[in-house]
Write a protein that binds this ligand. Structure first.
Ligand SMILES: Nc1nc2c(ncn2[C@@H]2O[C@H](COP(=O)(O)OP(=O)(O)OP(=O)(O)O)[C@@H](O)[C@H]2O)c(=O)[nH]1
Ligand SMILES: [Zn+2]
Length: 194
């Protein structure tokens, strides 16, 4: 099981959210009287609730019987999250790696950890740190590294309007932070798609 996310109150009231969404859209000048948009506040709330609700999972690990001591890296894990300032999506990829200790992690759990922490409204910086911290705590690895590259729609679709710009963040622990060769190898592998 995984830890509770920060910046989140317990309890979701979908009914209250739907009423508020209808008020919001009408206050912004949308006419919800027409049949084709009458259900829009409910859809909007369900879509947001889905993006804000993480799903728990088991962090399956296995004994590192062969003593594998090189980098394990999963590249291009999709990231979809919401920025906490505008509640607009930011979308991109994560590259997540670790140097195993006594145990290795089920590979899908790297992607599940990213997905778990992506559900919410946050900064990209905090998302990157949360994924790395989660893996560090759960795995007892000798090193953990996370790089996220994402486009923030609050920056590309409105405001500064800079489509195609990517924000790159990283969080490194242990040997991937402190050992120059391991750090360089990890960062070089995460740059291969850029
Ligand atoms: N550090 C950080 N900033 C973010 C993230 N997502 C959005 N922001 C920024 O949050 C800031 C909010 O700035 P404000 O000036 O309060 O909001 P705004 O008037 O909508 O700003 P503009 O986006 O520049 O139009 C903006 O600069 C966004 O680009 C993120 O993940 N990390
Ligand atoms: Zn934003």
């Amino acid at each position: 099981m995984v830890t509770t996310l920060e910046f989140r109150r317990p309890g979701v009231d979908l009914r209250a959210a739907e009423d508020a969404a209808a008020d919001l859209l009408e206050a912004l000048g949308l006419d919800l009287a027409h049949e084709s948009v009458a259900a829009t506040p409910g859809r909007m709330v369900r879509a947001l609730a889905e993006m804000l609700s993480p799903t728990d999972f088991e962090m399956t690990t296995f004994p590192n019987d062969e003593g594998y001591d090189e980098l394990v890296l999963v590249q291009d894990i999709p990231v979809r999250s919401l920025c906490q300032h505008h509640v607009l999506p930011f979308v991109g990829v994560a590259h997540v790696g670790y140097l195993p200790g006594a145990r290795i992690l089920g590979l899908s759990k790297l992607a599940r950890t990213v997905e778990y922490h992506s559900r919410g409204a946050q900064t990209q910086e905090r998302l990157t740190q949360r994924v790395a911290e989660h893996l560090r705590t759960a795995l007892g690895a000798k090193g953990v590294g996370v790089v996220i590259e994402a486009e923030h729609t609050c920056m590309s679709l409105r405001g500064a309007r800079v489509p195609g710009s990517r924000t790159v963040t990283s969080a490194l622990f242990g040997r991937l932070r402190d050992d120059a060769a391991s750090r360089a190898e990890f960062l070089a592998l995460t740059r291969s798609g850029r």
